[in-house]
Structure formats: structure tokens, C-alpha cells
Design a binder for this molecule. Sequence first.
Ligand SMILES: [Fe+2]
Length: 364
Amino acid sequence: MHIERRTPQNTAIVIVDPVSDYAGRFRSHSVEENVNVTVALVKTALGFGLPLVVTAMSADGPGGTLYRRVAEALGDHPVVRRLRCFDAFDDAGFEKVVRETGVKHLVIAGLLTEGSVLQTTLGALRRDYTVSLVLDAGAGESEVQHQAAVARLTKLGVIPVTWLSLATELQRSYQYVETVDAFYDLLSQSPIFAHTSTTRPTHHDLTGQPASIVEMRLAHDVHRLASRVLADSATRPDAPAAALRQVRDFLVTTLRHHHMSEDEQLWPLVTSLVPATAEALEALTEEHELLEAALTELKKAEINDGPRHSSFAEVAARVLTWFIATSSARSGFCSRSSGSTSRCSSGSSSSTSCAAPTPRLRCT
Ligand SMILES: [Fe+2]
């Protein structure tokens, strides 16, 4: 049996609608998993040099806002904007970009499985592409919807794959040194690792740490967990409205207090001790301001028993997305440790490690 091996010469990756607008609309996978795996897929394409085609609706309309971490991973890689069509091949610009990759096999992923992903995959089959569908880089409104779409497509010859199985096939062996660094980088940022490190209180060795560091760590873990509980429960009609309101009020009140204390008290103190941290801390304050709009909406959202307003689930998902986006590398105030390296313990974001002379921020 001839089984073609996936290579950058014969395969392109197509990601359909990796947008935060849909974060409150699916339950087959968690938002974190969807973001993490999509980022991993982008890095797989860029790291192994596969043609990558990303499409989303128009940037200023619904369905147009990319997940922030996906946008960061893409950098200046172009996004093919399309209007309205679920089958992206109905957009002439998209069809042309895919045709120009010159490959006949597409690895397709995105949102939602039973929506634009299904229609775009059918569009690809009608044009005689062969297709692999990345099951863990997509999601459906429900598990049934996701699986029904997958079953329909696999009956038509679509090959089910996962992000890691694709990366492993591309790398083949550790002996291929040209790409092994990219492969190691992918493994070190495995979505499951990212999932556990961003949403669960992990065991930190806080022995001997000052109480302020321990308390800061605890505050971040609690906020992350509360945002996840709220986003998950917001989509469940059986979750009591009173309990949802309680979690919502707790999250909004304590987050606001926490960020205010950082912006107004902690950052000025740190800046007065280590002036070079000013720029990085200002960036953290800007992140806090970005979240504030979502918190205001969340606070105003109506929460009733029974079927939920989708706007409540959407804004709860947006708050969770903020945590995911800002937790790929946690940060906070830096305290100088031995040598020229400083480490941080707080919890907004910045993606670098601390090294003199410019203090840079990273999670411990
Ligand atoms: Fe913080």
C-alpha cells in the first residue's frame, strides 16, 4: 500500500476562523485547548516550512477577531479575509491562495467543525484535494455536532489526524537536525502542558519565598480558575443563575482590586526601585485596561435560570481568553536573584526571561 508521507512539498495547512468571537459557542473542546492546539498548528506550519493559509471573516465584523495568541504566533503572516461564505472556497481570493501553494493535500482545522470547517473541507474535496482534518484543533457546538461532521467527512475519505501526529510525521526522526529545534520547541509548548500550566494551580516550590510572593501566586491561580469555571458554566443551562452571579461578582470584584493594586501601588514601587522595569510594567497596565472593557460587560450581563443569553457566555469566554492569551508567559514584578538574572512572580504577561541589564519579565 502506498501511503504518501506529509512533507512541506506536498501539504499545506489551512486554518479556518481561529477567532475569539466563537469562543463561547462550542462545548466539544475547551477554549484553552482550542487556542493552544491552534497555536501549536501555526507553529508546526511555520517551523516546518509548510504553506499556511489562515482565513477569517472581515476584520471589523463578527467572526473577524483572531485569538490573540494565534495572531501573535502568525506575526506578519497574511490572513485571507472573506465575506459571509462558510465554504471558504466560495471566496475567489481564498481559492487562489490555496491553489498557488501548488499542493494537492490540505490539512484543515478551525471553527466550527460542523460549520465552516465542514463546508470548506467539502469544497476542497470537490476540487480534488485530499484532506486531513485536525480533530484536536477544531471544536463543535456540542460533542455530537463535532463527531457527526467528522464522521461524515471520514466517510468521504478525509483522514483524521491530531496536531502532534502531524508534527511527528513531519519531523520523522530526531536525526533531521534542520527542523529538530522547531520540533523541540513545539514539544516544550505542548498544548496539554500549556493547558495544565495556565488553568490549574500547579505546585510551585514556594519554600522560603516571602509571603507577598505566595499571596500573589495564589491570587493569580484563583483568578484563572474562577474565569475558567465561569466560562465553562456559562454555557450550561442547568447551572443555577445565583451561583453564576456569585462567581461572576467574585471574579470581577477581586480582579479589579488586584489590578488596581498592581497599577497604582505595586508598579510605582517597583519602578522606583528598578527604573528599567517601567516600560514592561506599563505594558501590563495596558493589558489590564484591555480586560476592563470585558469585565464591565460581564458585570452588566443578565444571568437568568434556564437557557442563557449567548452574550453572557461570549463575554465570559472573552475573559477566559484574556487569561489564556496573557498566561503563555506570566510575569509581574521582578526581584533580583543571584547573578544577573532576575525572576518574577506576578501574573500579567510578557514573554521574556529576566536578564540584566534590561529587566524582562517572566513567570516563575
Ligand atoms: Fe497580577
